[in-house]
Write a protein that binds this ligand. Structure first.
Ligand code: FES
Ligand code: FE2
Length: 427
């Protein structure tokens, strides 16, 4: 059983906390590039790991991520004007460039040099795969840009969305690691959702609700193998990679695109649930993209003009008791993403893990927690942490029917470490 102290260590992400220090060692996706579409466009508030920041694209197209509050008297620079390579505070006109340096201070004579000592905190950003990523860690330990497979494919092969999730990132991520819930929670969706239906694997999922888990460490994190009985003296394996510190890739079904997630803490009690579909070999079809835009699969419909799901905590996720009663859905909540989110948010803002009773299907979760704590210790000592090396991130999920005596890491190896541009290994 987990102690309160361990639970805190794993879930708190503010500056100076063990997990906060670890997570700051990685590039964190926090905005869609389309949220700051062009030079001098309006700035965007960006709370990340408990820090209030503001992000803007300056006149030269460079991205700035700086303290949200003006160094003068604390006005939110979200109200600022993005002009001539800087963000100008509307209160008394102090202006900051993308490094947080004050570059104009109209109320003081320039000769005084006063403004030279005014600098807001700032973090480096990059733009990749249609997202803006920030690095909040020590400058000397900044890793190369992320190289997960979905960040490497051409734009027409990828669809990315984000939604606000009202709970700690860890319990959300643990939902991504634990694929044993799929037969229950998403059972009805497997055969109806356009992005999941038509896979032989769905039958195996339905028939065998007691998957056996085998978990193996790899350079980037964990490979979580869920084994179910299949036809012809074989096992059906679903292999989910968990890549440090917050990425999961869902095993494929039939010829559908792969699904992936990133669970990035906004603060201790909320996170961005990034949902990615990509196909390593082909462009997504029109029908696939329109289903994704429509909130099918792992995506959601929004409250207009926000990233808040239309079905959310405040409206009880539009739960349909009749659908639950008639067995159309185990929760009465519509759609895979909100089934996950509703269940995970129901655990409380931060799940109290001192009361849980883990069982055999939670093996992946146990190992991931252990790995996070180990890495947090390394980060606290300024040492190396796993999966900052691009090569360690190049793994893909897979589903396969394998002979009973073949270990999954061996039988599915060619699918897990497939070169770019090849079809997923899928059932
Ligand atoms: S508070 Fe920003 S310029 Fe005065
Ligand atoms: Fe799920």
């Amino acid at each position: 059983m987990m102690s309160r102290e361990q639970n805190d260590q794993l879930s708190r992400v503010g500056p100076g906390t063990p997990m906060g220090r670890l997570l700051r060692r990685y590039w964190a996706p926090f905005l869609l590039a389309s949220e700051i579409p062009e030079p001098d466009c309006p700035p965007v508030r960006a709370r990340l790991m408990g820090e209030n920041l503001v992000c803007f694209r300056d006149s030269k197209g460079r991205i700035g991520l700086i303290d949200e509050f003006c160094a003068h008297r604390g006005v939110s620079l979200w109200f600022g004007q993005n002009e001539e390579c800087g963000l100008r505070c509307p209160y008394h006109g102090w202006k900051y460039d993308i490094t947080g340096q004050c570059v104009d201070l109209p109320s003081e004579p320039e000769e005084s040099g006063f403004r030279n000592n005014i600098k807001l905190k700032s973090y480096p950003c990059i733009e990749k795969a249609g997202l803006i990523w920030a690095y909040l860690g020590p400058p000397e330990l900044q890793p190369p840009p992320p190289a997960l497979e979905w960040t490497e494919v051409a734009a027409p092969q990828r669809f990315v969305s984000k939604r606000l999730q009202e709970c700690n990132f860890l319990q959300a991520m643990e939902g991504g690691i634990d694929s044993s819930h799929v037969s229950w929670l998403h059972g009805a969706e497997l055969n109806s959702d356009p992005l999941f239906k038509g896979s032989k694997g769905n039958e195996y999922n339905e028939k065998d609700r007691m998957p056996l888990f085998e978990v193996e460490e790899f350079a980037g994190g964990l490979l979580i193998g869920a084994r179910r009985n299949a036809e012809g003296e074989k096992y059906y394996w679903r292999i989910t990679p968990w890549i440090m510190p917050w990425y999961t890739i869902i095993p494929p079904r039939a010829g559908h695109p792969l699904g992936a997630h990133a669970w990035v803490p906004i603060d201790d009690e909320t996170c961005w649930a990034w949902s990615i579909n990509y196909h390593p070999k082909r462009a997504l079809t029109k029908a696939e993209v329109s289903a994704m835009q429509d909130g099918e699969g792992i995506h959601v419909k929004y409250v207009p003009g926000t990233f808040i799901p239309l079905a959310n905590k405040a409206n009880n996720y539009l739960m349909d008791r009749a659908a639950q009663q008639h067995g159309h859905s185990s929760t009465g909540v519509d759609g895979i993403a909100m089934q996950d989110a509703s269940i995970q948010e129901s655990m409380g803002a931060i799940q109290d893990r001192t009361h849980e009773h883990l069982c055999a299907t939670d093996k992946g979760i146990v190992m991931a927690r252990r790995m996070l704590l180990r890495a947090a210790k390394a980060a606290a000592e300024g040492g190396a942490v796993p999966a900052t090396d691009p090569a360690a991130q190049r793994v893909r999920s897979a589903s396969a029917e394998l002979a009973k005596d073949v270990p999954f890491t061996q039988g599915a190896k060619h699918g897990l470490y497939a070169p770019l541009g090849t079809d997923p290994l899928s059932v």
